[in-house]
Write a protein that binds this ligand. Structure first.
Ligand code: 1HN
Length: 344
């Protein structure tokens, strides 16, 4: 039994603070929790009703060139001011208008693009252009040159997912602009998919990077795979029919820090309760439905985005057949031996 007055303890803390010392015992239980206790909150962005009109409005306020990247950050309401949708990941919606260029640069942060609307603007990665169509998944691995351009007559919008908070944690951010605004085209469109995306690899190829040599994963192929899975087998109780995007050379995630997934929920199907330690951002591609996260219910429709924070039990219910894209930090947690899930 120790009945040291609180004021004496505080006097001790105050005395040691100038020496850069602090008592662990005042913080221990906040540092080492019995279970994940994320400050991130579940959140839902209504694309057509709220986000799209504001994105279009931003198009009149600033050019893509001046902004460098015209992106509205999807700010988690539990993480205000941190440019974070979960504690480890950034999400934003980027728009590029007809005739605009988002100039070439590279950085150590890895990025994914998931195309929301528009047809045929390009993103160029290491000299290869990919034309963007809704549902396509495109990666910009760490330290690869990338620029975007819109030579079509309509706006192009995509979801950006980056590992900004992870790189910030490690204080490992480097970035540089390119000499030219747009990269010169070094390889024709579809070249990387032809070489690396046919369940074959160039015979003497050795990877230069830990990320996938395929930059663009077109929606049509992924959607067909899901349709065949749904025809040929029963859905997983927690996930429906779910595939993960891979680096075809290794079977690992396309980039080391971000995992990405596409799932088909059959019409009328409700998933069993599920939670995992990777907080996850979902983008609705097709269909309507609802997701219940704890006490919160999100009713979603195509192009909406929502986030389920780490270790939040949730269920999805699809009205008609629905397709959800999602991304998370799962490969990082798995590499570190931290990832856990809880089915049911
Ligand atoms: C970035 O470079 C892009 O290249 C998009 O399109 C979003 C968010 C934060 C920092 C850099 C891009 C970004 C970003």
């Amino acid at each position: 039994m120790n009945d040291t007055p609180a004021a004496d303890r505080q006097a001790f803390y105050d005395a040691i603070a100038p020496h850069n010392l602090a008592p662990l015992w005042e913080n221990l239980h906040h540092l080492v929790t019995r279970a994940p206790n994320s400050p991130a909150l579940p959140a839902h962005w209504d694309y057509d009703g709220v986000v799209r009109p504001r994105l279009m409005e931003s198009g009149g306020l600033i050019t893509a060139r001046e902004a460098e990247r015209r992106v509205l950050i999807l700010e988690n309401p539990g993480l205000r001011g941190q440019a974070a949708v979960t504690r480890s990941l950034f999400a934003g919606l980027q728009m590029i208008l007809p005739g605009e260029v988002a100039p070439a640069h590279r950085h150590t942060q890895s990025a994914l693009r998931f195309i929301i609307e528009g047809h045929g603007a390009y993103t160029a990665v290491e000299g290869e252009r990919a034309l963007m169509e809704p549902g396509d998944f495109i990666i910009t691995p760490s330290w690869t040159w990338h620029d975007h351009g819109n030579e079509t007559d309509t706006a192009m919008v995509w979801l950006d997912g980056l590992d900004i908070p992870i790189v910030r944690l490690f204080d490992a951010s480097f970035a540089e602009p390119a000499n030219a605004e747009s990269q010169s085209v070094a390889r024709p469109e579809g070249d990387s998919l032809a070489r690396f995306g046919a369940n074959m690899l160039p015979v003497d190829w050795r990877p230069e990077r830990p990320s996938s040599p395929v930059f663009a994963y077109p929606y049509g192929r992924s959607r067909e795979a899901l349709a065949a899975m749904a025809r040929n087998g029963a859905p997983d109780p927690c996930h429906g029919h779910k595939l993960r995007y891979v680096n075809p050379a290794t079977g690992a995630s396309p980039m080391p820090t971000i995992g990405a997934f596409l799932q088909l929920l059959p019409g009328g199907f409700a998933t069993a309760p599920y939670r995992a330690t990777d907080g996850t951002v979902f983008a609705v591609v097709e269909g309507t439905g609802e997701t219940i996260v704890g006490e919160t219910t999100f009713r979603w429709k195509p192009r909406d985005i929502f986030v389920v924070p780490a270790w939040h039990r949730h269920t999805h219910r699809a009205a008609g057949d629905a397709v959800l894209f999602s991304f998370s930090d799962r490969p990082v947690q798995q590499a570190l031996g931290l990832w856990r899930e809880d089915r049911g």
